[in-house]
Design a protein around this ligand. Structure first.
Ligand code: 2P0
Length: 317
């Protein structure tokens, strides 16, 4: 019996992915830049089941049906096509990310699944090929293949993968405002933004420029420039999301208060910058030596967790 286990961690984007150039191949409208975390791993085992008629998907101990299962089966179909196989599989995944709360559970999930499934079906993919494959499951998963800081390139199927980026020594302080499932998935909200927001073309063109500036700031080790770019890019993403029809708003009053907190800590001389994904949680970017102070300042408003750059996807057994 072939069984392969892999582990991956979520990532938080400093320059966000929000919009697709191609839905079938999951190609992004712009490139993006992220830090893979050392917290909240997803561990996934793929076991080939030659006698089974159908795939089975188990998430956190519960057999899943419907859209969640369908998305995993479609991904396995891509792997089977690459491997020339028609064998069914059992996917058993344990996820420690608060699911669907904007902490990128699909990123760690599909990065771990890409590594475990490709190996179980006998493919020997290098990191670039694995990042391309993970992208097909969920765009942000392309970045969770890479340790630490990563840039995921826009472009063709061949060109669109993530690779490592030199970066200054940084930490993230995650402020968990709400870990409940969000009302509109990022996949649906992304589609709605591209179809209905009059600001979407400006988001795409400005983010393309922002990414080049962020890559340069990261290579230069310029924490303050990278931090300012991060915060501005996050607020621009939320602005374009809020401008779709019907509108979507992921930030809550507490999220806004946490963005204000970053500004007031900066006024006190602490270089800390806020970002938020498709949910109300806020993530602060700062130097590791300042992380405890940032967490202490945020704690009256939210539960906090300090993260550092983490490993890329790993095959465990
Ligand atoms: C990001 N997010 O760059 C952005 C910021 C959320 C906000 O990538 O449709 O789950 O699976 O490719 O990767 C969330 O979108 O979307 C995301 P799909 P994904 O981290």
């Amino acid at each position: 019996m072939t069984a392969v286990t892999a582990r991956a961690h979520p990532n938080i984007a400093l320059v966000k992915y929000w919009g697709k150039a191609d839905t079938a191949l999951n190609l992004p409208a712009t490139g993006s830049l992220s830090m893979t975390l050392d917290v909240f791993p997803t561990t996934t085992t793929v076991t080939l089941a030659p006698d089974a008629a159908h795939d089975e998907v188990v998430l956190n101990g519960a057999v899943r049906e419907g859209v969640v299962r369908d998305r995993v089966v479609r991904f396995l179909d891509i792997v089977r096509e690459m491997a020339g196989s028609r064998t069914a599989a059992v996917v058993d995944s344990v996820n420690t990310v608060p699911s669907a709360a904007g902490l990128a559970s699909s990123a760690s999930g599909f990065a771990a699944l890409a590594a475990a499934a490709s190996r179980a079906y006998g493919l020997d993919l290098d990191r670039t090929a694995l990042s391309r494959l993970a992208r097909r499951g969920s765009g942000s998963a392309a970045r969770s293949v890479i340790p630490g800081f990563a840039v995921w390139h826009a472009g063709s199927d061949e060109e669109s993968f993530a690779e490592p980026l030199d970066a200054p020594d940084l930490a993230m302080v995650i402020a968990i405002v709400n870990s409940e499932e969000k009302a509109v998935s990022s996949r649906d909200a992304m589609k709605r933004t591209a179809l209905t927001s009059p600001f979407y073309p400006a988001w795409v063109s400005s983010t393309t420029e922002t990414l080049s500036a962020a890559v340069q700031a990261s290579r230069d080790g310029d924490v303050e420039r990278l931090g300012r770019i991060t915060e501005t890019n996050a607020l621009r993403m939320h602005a374009v999301i809020q401008s779709c029809d019907p509108p979507v708003r992921y930030l809550s009053p507490v999220s806004v208060a946490l963005f204000d907190l970053a500004e007031s800590l900066r006024a006190d001389g602490l270089p800390v910058y806020a970002t938020a994904d498709a949910g109300p949680n806020v993530v602060f970017l700062c130097r590791p030596k300042d992380a405890d102070a940032v967490a202490a300042a945020a704690r009256p408003l939210a539960e906090t967790m300090i993260a550092r750059p983490g490993p890329g996807v790993e095959v465990l057994a």
